[in-house]
Design a protein around this ligand. Structure first.
Ligand SMILES: *Cc1c(COP(=O)(O)O)cnc(C)c1O
Length: 449
């Protein structure tokens, strides 16, 4: 097989995600033959560091022997079974373990097969809870500026990334958007914490004024990933939890991207010492092997649906592949690696190395901010360092970083002008150094004119 033959066949029949297909007239598509650890290899033998964990899903490298083994065993036993009326060992074990690992008071697991579907589940469950307990006027959702919760219509409606959302506006329910708590917007010299506290007052006002009609607030705890890796202080989550309790509003924590160690703790909510009413997980859940998502919720919410069938209070949502045993087994193997290899501790030194590796970029004349939260590092390119003025989006500076990175053997896929690393946790110090060198050169190249 050669790369070019595959590219030609692909472009004749595959419509790729999040892509203007015309770009591929000039931007080569990259057929990947195999993956091992943090490396992807194409059909000409060229290798690429997967610096973004293949859209943030891969935690322990490609073709991980331990996850492979678990899947081989499961596939020889049971590949799939309907989850209504039936159950299986992997889903029971996984649910028990997730309940033990996540913040206290989350007692039940509802499964779907991708992140967006998980967000839909949480939104529907919150709304439906209020219907079931006799508060049918609570139908609205509050979201944060720059937030991202997926691409299906409900998830898109509670997101705030115009690039993905704007065209579909006529199809979407209207959400209430609160201003961003992200520290990248703080005044010069203002701390992330002080900015988050200040921004919370707008959220407080919304809840105060409209709590009668609000079902839930949905947030990405600590890092708004797709919205540009925008990070905010944990105090915001603490204040939000308190206010949601005070005003009788659910808190949905969408940890689809930040869960499973990305922010330095197993779950980001831990850093604010809060328990959400709904916790959405996906992406890293299966170590990047198979699509699976889960929404964990409290006994109080579960009980509001639990009644005689004829009361018609049940949550009748379903997906064909709900709770697929192979996906659950991959998730169990992933959780086993976290425990056996003490990953959260080990990641602390990796995060430190990542920090040191990007430190010199802070002085770069076209870098406005270098920010980090655990195993996520983001570098924001700006036209003017002093005023933080952004490059016009039409210049596609991030795309130049992407192209340069590929030439040099790294898969970096910037979000606009924000370059980031979200590597598998098996990256080595030498690989971090190599990635830093490529990233630095790519930024130099993309900002040189
Ligand atoms: C990726 C993502 C989603 C959507 O998950 P998909 O599996 O891509 O549908 C939802 N929320 C957040 C925070 C995400 O990063």
């Amino acid at each position: 097989m050669d790369n070019q033959a595959l590219i030609n066949r692909d472009l004749a029949c595959v419509w790729h995600p999040c892509t203007q297909m015309k770009d591929h007239e000039t931007l080569p598509l990259i057929p990947i033959k195999s993956g091992k650890g943090i490396w992807l290899e194409d059909f000409s033998g060229k290798r690429y560091i997967d610096a973004i964990s293949s859209w943030w899903v891969n935690l322990f490298g490609h073709s991980n022997p331990r996850i492979n083994k678990a899947l081989y065993e499961q596939i020889a036993t049971l590949e799939h079974v309907i989850l209504a009326g039936f159950t299986h060992q992997p889903i029971i074990e996984l649910s028990e373990q997730l309940i033990a690992l996540t913040p206290d008071n989350l007692t039940h697991c509802f499964y779907a097969d991708n992140g967006s579907a998980g967000v839909e589940v949480a939104l529907k469950m919150s709304f439906h809870y209020w219907q079931n307990i006799g508060k049918p006027q609570k139908t609205k959702f509050v979201t944060l500026q720059d937030s991202y919760h997926g691409e299906t219509l409900g998830a898109l409606a509670v997101g705030d990334v115009a690039l993905y959302k704007k065209i579909y506006a006529p199809l979407l329910m209207e959400a209430i958007t609160a201003p961003s708590p992200a520290g990248c917007y703080a005044e010069q010299g203002e701390s992330y914490e002080s900015y988050a506290r200040r921004q919370f007052s707008a959220m407080e006002q919304i809840l105060h004024a409209r709590h009668d009609e609000i079902a839930a607030v949905i947030v990405e705890p600590l890092v708004q990933c797709a919205g540009g890796m925008r990070m905010y202080h944990s105090i915001y989550l603490k204040l939000l939890r308190k206010a949601c309790d005070h005003y009788g509003v659910h808190l949905i924590a969408d940890e689809i991207a930040v869960g499973f160690g990305r922010t330095g703790t197993l779950f980001a909510c831990e850093q604010a010492e809060i328990t959400p009413d709904f916790l959405c997980l996906s992406k890293g859940l299966t170590g990047g092997y198979l699509p699976l998502s889960v929404v964990l919720t409290t006994n109080e919410i579960y009980q509001a649906f639990y009644d005689d069938y004829t009361k018609l209070t049940a949550f009748l949502h379903s997906h064909s592949y709900t709770g697929n045993p192979l996906a659950c087994r991959a998730a169990l193997a992933t959780l086993a690696i976290f425990a056996e290899d003490n990953i959260i501790n080990k990641n602390q030194s990796l995060a430190m190395m990542m920090q040191q590796a990007v430190e010199p970029l802070k002085e770069h004349p076209h870098v406005g901010e270098v920010r980090q939260q655990g195993m996520i590092v983001a570098i924001e390119m700006v036209q003017n360092k002093t005023t933080r003025q952004a490059y016009p989006w039409q210049q596609r500076r991030g795309l130049k970083v992407y192209q340069y990175g590929l030439e040099q053997g790294a898969l970096l896929r910037p979000l606009g002008n924000v370059i980031y690393w979200m590597p598998p946790y098996v990256i080595t110090p030498a690989e971090i150094a190599q990635l830093a060198q490529i990233t630095q050169a790519a930024i130099d190249y993309a900002t040189s004119d």
